[in-house]
Design a protein around this ligand. Structure first.
Ligand SMILES: [Zn+2]
Length: 244
């Protein structure tokens, strides 16, 4: 009877209502929201459930103007955002298609693409008029699903990142692409670049570092909080409906 708690596997570790991380991994109390000029819309795939290492909610908490939606499709940018947007081309969507910045031979950390997926000629004009940014949160394949299920994104300005440094995740998380940044790192690059505010990148990257440090500290004491992403990725390769 006395070990009832230990014998109940469903006994939950309390979670933060803001970042939805298990409390031991929460760093919310160290976050002071920044005033952002550009709007931020984060669309999170419903199956993105890496609560331990996910960064979307932590990112949203950093900005005074940020909207996070969980789902697969929305009829328009306005509906996704919950406010009318007259011209979707003034919003950027971080594109995760086949265009790799390195292959395009372009310079700069943020690149606007044209309709053909090539680096656009008028970078300054296209990036300078932007009013907001849409980020797709999930694994690469989840982000791709979000892209295909929301055709209104074709009206947005596609941008890709050409990050100067690799992701701080290091070996903690297996990303399908070498240059795959966390959502908070992607936002750090985009917002500091477009708003010309290095302090945004410093703040976001510092928070991400704090989150990872906390994660590493907690990992040894509470291994159940470790993400199960590697196992998930393996399972994805197996076709469903072919159960023995
Ligand atoms: Zn929290």
């Amino acid at each position: 009877m006395s070990n009832l708690t230990a014998a109940t596997p469903a006994d939950p570790i309390p979670e933060c209502p803001h970042c939805q991380k298990p409390m031991p991994l929460c760093i919310c109390d160290s976050v002071t929201p920044l005033k952002n000029r550009l709007g931020l819309l984060i669309l999170q795939h419903p199956q993105e459930q890496d609560r331990a290492l996910g960064t979307a909610r932590l990112l949203a908490k950093h900005f005074a103007d940020a909207t996070l939606r969980v789902g697969l499709s929305w009829p328009s940018l306005s509906k996704a955002l919950g406010q009318p947007i007259e011209n979707a081309s003034y919003w950027a969507v971080l594109y995760l298609g086949s265009a790799h910045a390195a292959d395009l031979g372009a310079e700069g950390e943020i690149l606007a693409l044209n309709r053909k997926g090539e680096v656009a000629d008028n970078q300054r004009a296209l990036l300078g008029k932007l009013e907001g940014v849409v980020l797709l949160d999930g694994t690469w394949s989840q982000a791709k699903a979000l892209w295909w299920r929301n055709p209104w994104m074709l009206k947005c300005q596609r941008v890709i990142l050409n990050p100067a440094a690799p992701s701080r995740y290091g070996r903690l998380r297996k990303e399908p692409r070498k240059d795959g940044l966390s959502t908070i790192e992607a936002a750090a690059t985009i917002f500091s670049g477009l708003e010309k505010r290095p302090d945004i990148a410093e703040t976001l990257n510092a928070s991400f570092e704090r989150m990872l440090t906390r994660y590493r500290e907690v990992q040894t004491e509470m291994p159940e909080l470790a993400p199960k992403r590697v196992a998930k990725d393996r399972r994805r390769g197996v076709r469903r409906g072919k159960r023995a």
